[in-house]
Design a protein around this ligand. Sequence first.
Ligand SMILES: [Zn+2]
Length: 282
Amino acid sequence: MPELPEVETVARGLATMLTGRRLVHVATTRGDLRAPFPKDFALRLEGRRVCEIKRRAKYILIELDQDLIWLIHLGMTGKFTVHPPRSPQPLDDPHDHVRFDTDDGAHVRFNDPRRFGVMDLLHRSELTTHRMLADLGPEPFDPALDDDSFSASLAGKRTPIKSALLDQRVIAGLGNIYVSEALFLAGISPKRLAGSVAGVRATRLLPAIRNVLDAAIKAGGSTLRDFAGASGELGYFQHRFTVYDREGKKCPGCDCNVAVTGGIQRLVQAGRSTFYCPRKQR
Ligand SMILES: [Zn+2]
């Protein structure tokens, strides 16, 4: 499942290729992804010019002229393939559900085998009221999110900190992977109640969240350099994690004997795996 850094990377890659371009030959191959496409979807996109491409939480927002905004969630398997100008028309792929060209001759395909992706069209005036955007909390890098406001959003919460961080109203864009990574970096147990993280621990956690996201976005930047100029895919990229999906492995920073301690532990919370070190995280 793409998380904030992957979505940021896709948005930046699309921005490089599409900003200033006009969309031509827009087509869908079916009526829906996870939900039906909005009415007259292709028709409304055709002829629009791309002004700017942004990210909000795990959504890509393609801002078009006439105050139209194309909202995209990649779901589980959504990815864009961009074939640069003067490249041949790509072969048909049955999972290319949205196809468009640009006025400079690039071919763009949205491929989503499992169809958990979401696309919608909204007017600029709906940016804070649209049902998918209305309840989102602050962006992790929003300067207005500081120790005090972060701490206040956790105060009194009797859910585990892991669940609180997945709550998009507390902080927008975090998913299972980077929550595990950030809690490890901050040395905070995923089982600890969110209310008890408010205060001094919150001042360790917020920079840890920013560090793990920043490192992953930088890693995405290096995949973008490979992408630029060549026809390439923009979607999930493989990244090395410190604790995520490393059950039983030795954790960095611990000199514990894995044969005795069991190494990094996996814990299931609200149906989702959390990876952590019970010695380093309290
Ligand atoms: Zn450890």
